[in-house]
Each structure stands twice: as C-alpha cells, then as structure tokens.
Design a protein around this ligand. Structure first.
Ligand code: APR
Length: 313
C-alpha cells in the first residue's frame, strides 16, 4: 500500500518537500496550510508535472486537519522564517503558538505518525511539539544536523576540491550559532581532515557553517533557505518509511545520552521503522565536549525562555 506523508506548512520548504517526495515516489502527499489556496495551488502544480516526469503519486492541498488522518510521516514547516538580521531564537514566540495548534491537529488526527519538525528555533520547537502532542519521544524528531553537516561538507569540498560524497562528517549540538561541527570526526576519502587543511582555513569554514543559514537569508532577503532543508527532511522520512536504519544527525530526545537529560539536541541517531531506534554515542574530544556542553546550555536557556512564554511547557 502507498505510504502517506503530510506536510504541515506549504510555504517554501513545504512546497519543495512535496516536489522531492513526489519525484522520489516516496508517498502520496497532503499539503496542509492555514492558507488553503497556497496548499491547493502547489499540490495542483506538482500534480500537473507527474505526466512530464512520469511519477505516480497523489497530491492534495488542504486546510482541514482531517485530511492528515493515518499519515505515516508528518513534516512540519508551519511558522515564520527569519528575516535578515534575525536569529532563529527571535522566532520563538510566534512559532510556539503555531506549533501548539499544529500539535493538537496531529494528536487528534494522526497520533501514530513519525513526526519530523523543521520549524525554528528547532530544538525548542521540536521539544514543545512533543510535549503539546504527547506523542512518543522516539516518534518526534527535529531536522537540523543533516543540513548543518551538508553545509560543512559542501564548504570543505569546495576548499579541498573533492566531491562532497568523499567527505564524512558530523555536526552536533543545537541548531544555532553554538552548533558543533566535529573536525576530529571528519574524513576525506578515509583520511583525517586535519591532515588536509590548515587550522585557520578550517576555523573559517566552521564559522561559515554556523552562519550558513544567515548567509542565504542575506541573499534572499525575503525568507530563508529551503532546498537543502527540504532535502534533509526527505532523507529522514525515507529512512523511516523504508526502514533503512541510517545513522543521521537529528534533534532527538536525550535521556542521559551525552550526559544530557530531558532535552532535545542534535546527535547521531538510527532512524528505522520504529522511529528513532537508537542514539549513537560518539566519543568526543575534550574540546568537542566543551563546545557541545556550551551548545546544550544555549538550548536549555532558550527552553527556559519558552517556559516563561508558556508555563505549560
Ligand atoms: N498552520 C499551518 N500552516 C501555517 C500556520 C499554521 N498555524 N502558520 C503559518 N503557516 C504556514 C504559512 O502560511 C506558510 O505557508 O507556514 C508556511 C511557512 O512557509 P514559509 O513562510 O515559506 O517558511 P519556510 O521557508 O518554508 O520555513 C518554515 O522552517 O526552517 C524553518 O526557520 C524556518 O521556521 C521556519 C520554517
């Protein structure tokens, strides 16, 4: 039987997700948005490309939560994106309210789905989503690490003039300026990265990775990145739907792993048919540990701010 993926938010990322999922024939797609016409328009547009591209999926646009019933996967991008000069944290108040509504819609209509959150500020929004919806923690996960790692890989590939596929790396921690790219866990064709690049260059690339989203916002002016975020979300959905058990860096609930309890943050996890099947603990160097802890602190601080906005959290 065909799988079903519902996309809550049919904006820039939502539309791109719908297109990618369709081209890959991963599942039928429901595009949900408060702006029903946008959802319907995008669904119709992509549906009209099926005969050209030869894929067989059903797409609908809606603003009725009943249409997301029995989804296998739900991907959430509902919310506002950043404008130039804004940090992801500046979106907190607005996006928390939106995520509360979305959580209720999911809880009522599709509580068995695997839910991937993309809305920022990611680590806090995904944690709020899990609390508001009451869905199992292994079925609620955030997309950030794949995107941050792919930005890091891209910049390294440009610098070292090697294909991105030759680079293996990880970015952990919160999805913000304190994220932790792990050069000591990065290899290029199996060789340790540090043997191939000068420290000064590497620091510049790490800094550019941390600010990768802001660099794009500055170019676009209206809105933030959407192609790479959508591709990253699809990789998570595919690993779940096809039970691929890929190890992917995602914002996942931590219950003691990496010394962190009761918080969502970016770590490598195995995604298979049961959702997040395992948190993979990689050994961090002292410096990496220090940076990871700083990043966790930033997430904890922002969570406290969220609790002031909504004591229910
Ligand atoms: N329910 C459903 N959809 C909503 C709601 C809601 N309560 N509120 C807003 N939306 C919809 C908007 O109508 C819009 O179509 O969410 C969509 C968001 O799309 P964009 O503004 O194009 O934003 P996008 O670039 O897709 O980013 C969405 O992901 O990466 C993050 O920081 C980004 O938080 C932002 C989110």
């Amino acid at each position: 039987m065909k799988k079903k993926i519902s996309l809550i938010g049919a904006g820039q990322i939502g539309g791109t997700l719908a297109h990618l999922i369709s081209v890959k024939e991963l599942a039928d797609v429901v595009l949900f948005d408060v702006s029903e016409d946008v959802a319907k328009g995008k669904a119709l547009d992509i549906a009209q490309s099926t005969s050209v591209d030869g894929f067989d999926v059903n797409l609908i646009g809606t603003s009725n939560y009943e249409d997301i019933k029995n989804s296998d996967v739900i991907i959430i991008t509902a919310g506002v994106p950043r404008k130039p000069g804004m940090s992801r944290d500046d979106l907190l108040g607005t996006n928390l309210k939106i995520i509360k509504q979305v959580s209720e819609g999911i809880k009522k209509n599709s509580p068995n789905a695997f839910v991937i959150c993309i809305t920022n500020p990611l680590d806090i929004i995904v944690m709020a989503l899990q609390k508001y919806s009451g869905l199992p923690k292994n079925k609620v996960v955030g997309m950030a690490g794949i995107l941050d790692s792919s930005r890091f890989k891209y910049f390294l590939s440009q610098e070292l003039k090697v294909p991105v596929k030759d680079i293996n790396t990880l970015v952990l921690g919160g999805h913000g300026d304190t994220m932790v790219p792990l050069p000591d866990h990065t290899t290029v064709n199996g060789k340790p990265l540090k043997q191939l690049i000068k420290d000064v260059k590497l620091e510049k690339i790490i800094d550019r990775t941390r600010k990768g989203g802001a660099e794009i916002i500055k170019f676009l002016e209206k809105g933030s990145a959407y192609y790479a975020p959508a591709a990253s979300g699809v990789e998570m959905a595919e690993s779940y739907i096809k039970d691929m058990k890929k190890t992917l860096p995602c914002a996942s609930y931590l219950n003691g792993e990496y010394g962190v309890k009761n918080l969502y943050a970016g770590v490598p996890v195995i995604i298979g048919k049961n959702g997040v099947e395992k948190v993979v603990e990689v050994k961090l160097s002292d410096k990496e540990k220090e940076q990871f802890n700083l990043s966790i602190k930033a997430v904890q601080e922002l969570y406290k701010t969220a609790q002031k906005i909504d004591p229910e959290l």
